[in-house]
Design a protein around this ligand. Sequence first.
Ligand code: RB5
Length: 146
Amino acid sequence: MNIAIGCDHGGFEHKNAIKSHLIERGFNVTDCGIYEKVSVDYPDIAVKVADEITSKRCDLGILVCGTGIGMSLAANKVKGIRAAALSDHFSAKYTRLHNNSNILCLGGRVIGIGTALELVDLFVDTPFEGGRHQRRIDKISEIESK
Ligand code: RB5
């Protein structure tokens, strides 16, 4: 599985820890930056990770900013992206099972790195359940096309 990751200055340490963790687990990781801790605008990184998904170069994405919220707002503006900002294990699992979310957004100022790695594992290891949930996702796509 190919995974795209990115962060702003609020999620730099978390992103690097997530990158090492995923590589250690055998995933191919595309790092969309940032590569040093400088202040950047989170939409610039969100769109890079989103493009990796919509182009199908990557299967899933992970974005980290201070709260996870700015990244999710920006990424969700890209057609075909379902980005979920969360900080608990139940949501990390069910946003894959039910929403087929393709980007996980985490808050580097909200959760510790240990929790972040657990949420990442749940997100990348949980498959979409399909069935009635596909119908609901199709309705999201219809809204997007209006
Ligand atoms: C940057 O200071 C901060 O606003 C950003 O990382 C994020 O939390 C936005 O949602």
